[in-house]
Design a protein around this ligand. Structure first.
Ligand SMILES: NC(=O)C1=CN([C@@H]2O[C@H](COP(=O)(O)OP(=O)(O)OC[C@H]3O[C@@H](n4cnc5c(N)ncnc54)[C@H](O)[C@@H]3O)[C@@H](O)[C@H]2O)C=CC1
Ligand SMILES: O=C(O)[C@H]1O[C@H](OP(=O)(O)OP(=O)(O)OC[C@H]2O[C@@H](n3ccc(=O)[nH]c3=O)[C@H](O)[C@@H]2O)[C@H](O)[C@@H](O)[C@@H]1O
Length: 440
């Protein structure tokens, strides 16, 4: 089919590339001309495994092209995906400014009937508003049909998730549009849920809110386990064996981050407020996550009287491994707290340094490896569980550091490994290891 994808971020670019790879004629539109210039050369502005190869392949077989020009990008297109950002507004609600601009551009430049598909995560009712906004600004007598097709991919495994997701959700009030979207998506061989517009929008928010709640739940269990001498790794493993609970998303840590869980949980609360309904569970999930982000610095503060002039090595800046994204990453608030307390910070991340530099600038020194970051450090803090950081032998910390004291916000090592390493090891939801003794 003739398809346009508007917005070439994580969602739009991966969607466009994968649809082109299924054999559709895809044109991606973005107002960021620099990005479009890079993409035209077959260079991906984001790192996602497998994306670069698919990008180059589909540009050269002419299934995929890029433009900043809406007129060119929408010409003759039958299906138009919206995949622009919906960031958090000051009041916690989803900011629909970008979506509104896209609607106005579609209305201005589209010259034929088309199905508009919303991939962006948008509040319930937004797809109806999208239809009205486009129709209210149309320049030609053409018909617009609307489908909600929320995205469930994860950063770091976006291409894999597009081909191997658990379900594809499509919602519409228009049976024909729904059938066309079903046939486009059938080639992914993933179960398809067909529903109405509002339920599709709600499935996305409810899913993210549930996953965020699962993380906050296990984090609270971890904090309690620490206080009563249990080990959260064993607790989570035992819980997860119950199929009704499931073993995914039970990794305790320093709170969820990224561009979606924080904003989407707040957006649901905001949607509920508008519907005059309170959501005490979700409100507490958000508060609990805020507390969790501070927990690693609290642990350091209670271990050391002062952090002033302490050399602290931060290992991992990205909000999770396999991405260079630092949006709402716990590393940012942790670093700021450490700097406030007068610590000297040296950070290492295999991919996110460039993005972190934009936020933390020169207040922080950057290293090119784990060993360089921890050299002569007083304290090492693990904030992202990159493979490289997990694989760096815990017994090597004492070779490089002044004294091997590790605060691990991602439970990268077992307590047995910590015990044998000679390091002092503080983690999440597990006893402290010091002088080769596990202190319950
Ligand atoms: N990042 C993720 O893992 C996931 C994101 N989502 C949702 O998908 C949506 C997009 O998220 P991301 O891809 O992360 O966003 P992003 O911020 O990475 O990319 C958005 C892109 O849209 C472009 N853009 C903005 N205004 C435009 C306009 N008027 N015309 C054309 N292009 C325009 C920007 O230049 C940018 O390249 C959001 O609603 C998000 O909540 C959903 C699932 C996963
Ligand atoms: O709507 C979105 O944007 C996406 O949000 C998440 O994907 P993503 O933010 O890329 O990353 P996740 O792997 O879900 O991790 C989110 C955060 O939770 C944290 N997390 C995750 C799992 C866990 O067990 N513990 C934990 O602390 C991670 O460290 C990270 O900070 C969802 O997993 C995707 O399904 C969804 O499409």
């Amino acid at each position: 089919m003739e398809i346009s994808v508007i917005g070439t971020g994580y969602v739009g670019l991966v969607t466009g590339v994968c649809l082109a790879d299924l054999g559709h004629q895809v044109m991606c539109i973005d107002i960021d001309k620099e990005k479009i210039g890079t993409l035209k050369q077959g260079i991906s502005p984001i790192y996602e495994e497998g994306l670069s190869d698919l990008l180059k392949k589909n540009i050269s077989n002419k299934n995929l092209s890029f433009t900043s020009d809406y007129k060119e990008g929408l010409r003759g297109k039958e299906v138009i995906y919206i995949a622009v950002g919906t960031p958090q507004a000051m009041d916690g609600s989803a900011d629909l400014t970008y979506v509104e601009k896209v609607c106005k551009s579609i209305a201005r430049y589209l010259e034929n009937d088309a199905i508009v598909v919303t991939k962006s995560t948008v509040p319930v009712g937004t797809n109806e508003w999208i239809k009205q906004t486009i129709e209210g600004n149309l320049q030609k007598d053409i018909e617009i049909k609307i489908v909600s097709n929320p995205e469930f991919l994860r950063q770091g495994s976006a291409v894999y998730d597009t081909y191997h997701g658990d379900r594809i959700v499509i919602g519409s009030e228009d049976a024909e549009a729904l059938n066309i979207l079903e046939s486009i998506n059938a080639d992914f061989s993933i179960p398809i849920v067909k529903t109405d517009l509002r339920s599709a929008e709600m499935i996305k928010y409810a899913s993210n809110a549930f996953l965020a709640a699962k993380i906050s739940f296990i984090n609270e269990m971890a904090n309690l386990s620490e206080r009563i001498g249990a080990n959260i790794d064993h607790v989570a493993a035992g819980m997860g064996m119950d199929k009704r609970i499931g073993n995914a998303f039970l990794n305790a840590g320093i709170g969820y981050g990224g561009s979606c869980f924080p904003k989407d949980t707040r957006a649901v609360i905001s949607i509920a407020k508008e519907a005059d309904y309170e959501m005490p569970i979700l409100e507490n999930v958000v508060d609990s996550n805020e507390r969790q982000r501070g927990i690693i610095v609290d642990k350091m503060m209670s271990r050391f009287e002062r952090l002033k002039n302490k050399k602290v090595a931060i290992l991992g800046l990205a909000f999770k491994p396999e991405t260079d994204d630092i949006r709402e990453a716990p590393s940012i608030s942790v670093t700021e707290k450490l700097l406030e307390a007068g610590a000297e910070v040296c950070a290492y991340d295999p991919a996110a340094r460039r993005n972190a530099e934009k936020v933390l600038s020169n207040k922080v020194a950057y290293a090119d490896s784990v060993s360089e970051a921890i050299t002569e450090a007083d304290i090492a803090v693990i904030l992202t569980e990159w493979k490289e950081i997990k694989k760096f032998p815990i017994e090597d910390y004492k070779k490089y550091m002044k004294s091997p004291i590790i605060f691990d916000g991602r439970n990268c090592f077992t307590l047995e490994e910590a015990k044998d390493s000679g390091a002092e090891y503080h983690s999440i939801g597990r006893p402290v290891v010091r002088d080769s003794v596990v202190y319950k």
